[in-house]
Structure formats: structure tokens, C-alpha cells
Design a protein around this ligand. Structure first.
Ligand code: ADP
Length: 455
């Protein structure tokens, strides 16, 4: 079976979030199961590869697009659109021509799928949403799967851009890709693919409700018989403290972990004696920064220190930086994307915080488990599927879980975490129990293989 993955980011080339981890790892695990996979990405700034061909893409006018390759990756090259700093925009906001950029990408990939011949195209997120529709219009035999990694990002553009897409007029309709007067790329992927998947079973249920459906719950309900939730895995060849060369010292037990904490707190100038909460995250509303900010003084008073690595919403950057200046020896705020520091935070913190408003799967909590860093999460989406609340009497559970999106509930979970931390023996057992949890890709890759087979 030949499968083409199509996405807007993948490690080791470009990454802004979990999508890149998934698209970088899953094809490798599918290959191990005998499925031949290729991956199609835009050729962003800095990506090299060898030139293998070019094609003309009609988008109001003709565009000459080149194709590069390296290993099993294909890169769509159109420098005017992709040779920039940033994948989707800058700190100031999204690029104004994202509709044009990803329409060109979808049109080009559709032609290449036809040229190279694939059994299945596996599209990821809104940037690839038009591909299943272009394939249908071209009567292609290839089947399509569309995976939603985050329903909150839909690729919504004004109707004035509709002619760029080159679609028959009737598709601009509420039954088609119109969404409250706009174009919606994600809706196209949901409506016209053969199967829709998302990245946890719980999120697959949640997105069919009006509270979590971002206006697309009706469309997703319509497709409920073809909607499947498959939890993401972790690539343990990259994320494993036993052979991670990016951390201060490799380890496979609690004592080894403490050496990483000592070095991390020294490097970031924070108090080593306090329990340390870490975050590695996009800094966005989704990730629960509103309730963190409200609870901030209280959890510092409780006795925690706090270390965050992330990038995103400027308003939260400023708030966090203010806390850093108020608590210089207890708070470290690192506004950047930094893979090495990310590994060191997973290794060196005691707790990993994810108080998300919603979380399709979440990789942070799964990575932190492997490093013995105890997750503190809100019960939503994939966090609810993977983390259960710790019970000190039975020692069941692998983290701390709270329900309501409120600073009050967050503080309750933090207070319980602090109590457990103070009982060194129990905390050590919990941390080592986390290290033993297994969320490798093997099981999930088998589920994707089954799904491909069903097509
Ligand atoms: P999302 O996909 O919503 O951003 P996930 O938890 O699923 O969240 O995945 C985030 C991934 O991106 C993880 O691998 C995390 O370590 C990484 N990451 C997020 N922000 C940064 C950053 N500033 N520097 C390095 N890695 C980051």
C-alpha cells in the first residue's frame, strides 16, 4: 500500500507544535508495518533537497512550481509564498496571503498524487483541507483521510478570495465550504474526505458538541459514522531520558532526574529547593494562560517555582515577564522556540502543567511522563484519555487532574500536588511510575493501518 502524507509542518524540517511531531514520526512507524509512505510539505526557508521537476499551477494566473525531494519527503517550492521567516505568520498576526499560499500547496500536491499514483492520501489540518475536494472533482481513485489536529484553526478566509480556489460556484454554499459567509478550508477536509480522524477518542466525541465544535459540530455530526479518534504516540527514539543527548545527564530513575533539576535551576537562576512546575507550549488562550495568570501569586505563595518555554500571544508574554521581574529567583520565562531547552525542561522539572481550555491530544503530558515529570492537567480531550488522578492510598493514577476551567480548580490540583511532593517517598514512586507509562507509536500506527485497509 502506498500512502501520501500531506501537512504544513514535520520534524526534522519545521515545527511549531505537535502536528510536526506526528507527521515526522507516524510515517516511520507505518513503514515498519509494511506501508510505503511519502510526505509532502511546503519548501520553507532553509529546506534544501534535490530538484526533481516542475509543474504549472493555474490559480487565476499560471504559477511555475518546483518540486524538491530528500528521502521520502517531497517539498513544494514557490519562494514567493514559502521562503519566509515564520510558517503561518509573524508575532503581528497571520500572513495576509495564507489563502493563496495553501491553495497553491493543495493544488500542486493533488497533481503530484495523480502523477505518482497513491492508494491513500492522508491530509492533516486546514492547510491541506482542499485536497480531498480537488481529488473528488478530478474523479481520482485515490482514497483520502483527513486528520484534525486542532479544530480551533480552520483556515477561514473572506468570500472575495473564492475565485482563487478555482472551484465551481455551487461549492460556495452552506452545504459546501461556505461557513457563515466565509470560505473554510477545514470544512472542506471534513466534508469531502473518505474518513475523518482526530487525535484522541475523547476529542472525537467532544467536537460533535456545540461547546467544543467551534461551529463545525453540525458538520462533524453529519460525518459521525466516518469519524474516528486515534491517540497520538510519542517517538521514544527522540524522547527518552535514557538516551537523550540534549539533557544535562541521562537517567532512568528519580535520583538521576534530580541531577537534571539541579543543573536546570542553576542555569535558569531559580531556587532548586522548591517544587518546580514546567511548561513547554504555544502561548495561546487554548493553553489555559488566563487561569494561570489569575492563580499565579497564589501558587508561588504555596511554595512552587515556575519555568515556561513558549512563544505566541504578546499579551501573555508581557504578563509572564512581569511575574518574572516580581519573582526573579522563582520564575523563569523563556519566550522563544528552543528544542534543547524543551528537552531540559521535560527532564529537570518536577511537574508539567497543561491547564488547557481544550486539548485535542496533547503531546507535552505524554513526553513529560517518560521523563518522570508528573503532569498536572485539566480533564479535557486527550488529556482526559491519558492522565488519571493520583490516589496516594492506592498509588493508582499518573498525574493530577482537575475539571473546571477555573483558577480555583487549578489551585486545588496544585495544592494536592504540593502535598504529595512533600512526601518524598510517595512522590518518588509516582515519578518513577510515570516513567513506566507507555505511549509509543506502535499501537496507534496499527490502528491507522487498519483504517487504511478499510478503504
Ligand atoms: P500543540 O500541538 O497544541 O502545540 P502539543 O502538546 O500537542 O501542543 O505539542 C507541542 C509540541 O511542541 C511538543 O513537542 C512541545 O515540546 C513542542 N513545543 C511547543 N512550544 C515549544 C517551544 N517554544 N520550544 C520548543 N518546543 C516547543
Amino acid at each position: 500500500m502506498k500512502v501520501a502524507f500531506v501537512a504544513s509542518e514535520a520534524i526534522p524540517y519545521k515545527k511549531t507544535g505537535g502536528l510536526a511531531d506526528v507527521v515526522g514520526a507516524l510515517p516511520f512507524y507505518l513503514n515498519k508495518l509494511g506501508i510505503k509512505t511519502s510526505v509532502f510539505l511546503p519548501r520553507y526557508k532553509g529546506i534544501k533537497g534535490s530538484l526533481i521537476g516542475n509543474l504549472q499551477i493555474d490559480m487565476k494566473e499560471k504559477h511555475n512550481v518546483q518540486v524538491y525531494t530528500e528521502g521520502n519527503f517531497y517539498f513544494i517550492d514557490y519562494p514567493k509564498f514559502f521562503d519566509r521567516d515564520g510558517l503561518y505568520g509573524t508575532e503581528k498576526g497571520d500572513f495576509s496571503d495564507n489563502c493563496e499560499r495553501f491553495t497553491l500547496f493543495c493544488k500542486t500536491v493533488t497533481q503530484l498524487i495523480k502523477r505518482y499514483g497513491y492508494d491513500i492520501v492522508h491530509c492533516h489540518d486546514w492547510q491541506t483541507g482542499l485536497i480531498p475536494l480537488y481529488m473528488k472533482l478530478d474523479n481520482m481513485d485515490t482514497k483520502s483521510i483527513f486528520t484534525i489536529h486542532n479544530l480551533g484553526y480552520q483556515g477561514r478566509f473572506p468570500s472575495s478570495k473564492f475565485p482563487i480556489l478555482g472551484l465551481p460556484k455551487e461549492y460556495f454554499d452552506p452545504e459546501g465550504i461556505e461557513f457563515y459567509g466565509d470560505i473554510n478550508f477545514l470544512k472542506a477536509g471534513i466534508l469531502y474526505s473518505d474518513i475523518v480522524t482526530t487525535v484522541s477518542e475523547n476529542y472525537a466525541r467532544e467536537i460533535q458538541t456545540s461547546e467544543s465544535g467551534f461551529g463545525l459540530d453540525g458538520v462533524l455530526n453529519k460525518r459521525r459514522n466516518s469519524l474516528v479518534g486515534i491517540i497520538n504516540g510519542i517517538d521514544y527514539s527522540l524522547w527518552n531520558p535514557e538516551n537523550d543527548s540534549l539533557i544535562y545527564q541521562k537517567y532512568n530513575n528519580f535520583n538521576g532526574k534530580q541531577k537534571n533539576k539541579a543543573r536546570l535551576t542553576e542555569e535558569c537562576n531559580i531556587d532548586c529547593e522548591r517544587p518546580l512546575i514546567g511548561m513547554v507550549t504555544r502561548i495561546a488562550d487554548q493553553k489555559g494562560f488566563d487561569i494561570i495568570i489569575k492563580a499565579f501569586d497564589d501558587f508561588i505563595d504555596m511554595g512552587f517555582s515556575f519555568l515556561v518555554l513558549g512563544f505566541g500571544d504578546e499579551h501573555y508574554h508581557n504578563k509572564l515577564k512581569t511575574f518574572e521581574s516580581i519573582y526573579p529567583d522563582k520564575v523563569s520565562v523563556n519566550i522563544k522556540f528552543d528544542n534543547k531547552l524543551a528537552h531540559r525542561i521535560y527532564a529537570g522539572c518536577d511537574f508539567f502543567l497543561m491547564p488547557s481550555q481544550y486539548e485535542p491530544c496533547g503531546l507535552g503530558q505524554l513526553i513529560s511522563l517518560k521523563y518522570g515529570t508528573v503532569p498536572i492537567v485539566r480533564k479535557t480531550g486527550g488529556l482526559a484519555d491519558t492522565i488519571t488522578d493520583f490516589d496516594p492510598d492506592t498509588l493508582s493514577g499518573n498525574g493530577f487532574v482537575f475539571r473546571e476551567h477555573s483558577s480555583k480548580d487549578l489551585l486545588k490540583a496544585l495544592s494536592k500536588s504540593y502535598e504529595i511532593y512533600c512526601n518524598k517517598d510517595v512522590f518518588k514512586r509516582l515519578s518513577e511510575k510515570c516513567m513506566d507509562c507507555n505511549f509509543s507509536w506502535e499501537e496507534s500506527a496499527k490502528k491507522y493501518k487498519q483504517l487504511y485497509g478499510s478503504l
